[in-house]
Design a protein around this ligand. Sequence first.
Ligand code: SDX
Length: 372
Amino acid sequence: MTATRGLEGIVATTSSISSIIDDTLTYVGYNIDDLANNASFEEVIYLLWHLKLPTAGELEELSNLLAENAALPPEVIEHFKMYNTKEVHPMAALRTAVSMLGLYDDKADVMDPQENYMKAVRLQAKIPTIVTSFARIRNGQEPIAPRKDLNFAANFLYMLNGKTPEPVEIEAFNKALVLHADHELNASTFTARVCVATLSDVYSGVTAAIGALKGPLHGGANEQVMKMLTEIGSVDKAEEYVLDKLEKKEKIMGFGHRVYRQGDPRAKHLKEMSKRLTELTGQGKYYEISEKVDATFTSKKDLPPNVDFYSASVYHSLGIDHDLFTPIFAVSRVSGWLAHILEQYSDNRLIRPRADYIGPGKQEYVPVSERG
Ligand code: SDX
């Protein structure tokens, strides 16, 4: 048996949810460009879960269900107030809170398709409330309940900031949610599928996926990109910063991709948004620094920016704290995780690969008293 490092190129399952066709991303066959330019995030959730676009009635029904299920058990809010929230990374808080939600769902272990679908609704609805409540509590503010008259994207910004967002902010945030919703068998989605393939519950699958997304080689990269842009500080320092990193053989976050060698089809949308929003909010320098980093890095390495690179300046210009960037990725990606979890249950087989053993051969056991 020979191992393939990082399972590169290994086809591990069949799926009908999303795919990379001709170097572009598709959800159920729909091109990501069309979805990013036209669809609401709620429509995309429906598409991923039902493998078809909703009618107006179906969309309204799902939107209502999400709005009705957004409130958190009071114990989760109390829990946030118990620990030193300033010291805790919001991704760790999210991971714990999602696991906690399982404790307050008396159907958590009921393995019935309709019950599992309702758990998906509850998780998709509650994760934005977890992220925004945590963000407010750590600033000494009270959590804000979602409004029934706002869509999913607008509600997130409203619950975070306590004011009705501008149309341009809603449009940008909705697009970011659509772009991040699913991406075939990425590390966190694979983690979710491995977990539930043991017939463990939906909450366990999503908790495991959040843990995988948190890492800087995956979703955690968007926060690291903003850290880098802040460290660089001005456009005239960008080139030297990148060249220095390359000389030290350090990675530049937000570049490269396991699957796309020609470029991530989502990046152009985020780049466009970054330009527009940073200009609009007087944060233009972050777009300029990003562009300079991009030009310098790609002139040296054939590794184009991925989804995480320009999303950092987009979220920054929306006034979002930098350590909330990865939780926002989760607010969107949970739709994909849940679609994959439901798909896994529908045709399940335990996921259990083999290892190419490279340790010592057979050894004689020596009792502890006789070991030197
Ligand atoms: C996401 O899989 C998905 O779909 C993920 C995602 C999704 O929607 O779910 O698209 C979201 O996770 C995007 C990726 C976010 N991560 C980063 O931006 C971190 C920086 N990027 C890299 O670490 C890296 O490119 C990965 C993790 C994205 C991909 O890793 P691979 O496929 O294992 O590639 P590799 O590490 O083996 O790199 C190949 C070569 C190496 O050089 P050599 O040893 O061959 O000389 O490219 C170099 C790497 O050193 N390289 C980089 C680099 N990325 C790769 N060099 C400098 N900076 C980088 N960012």
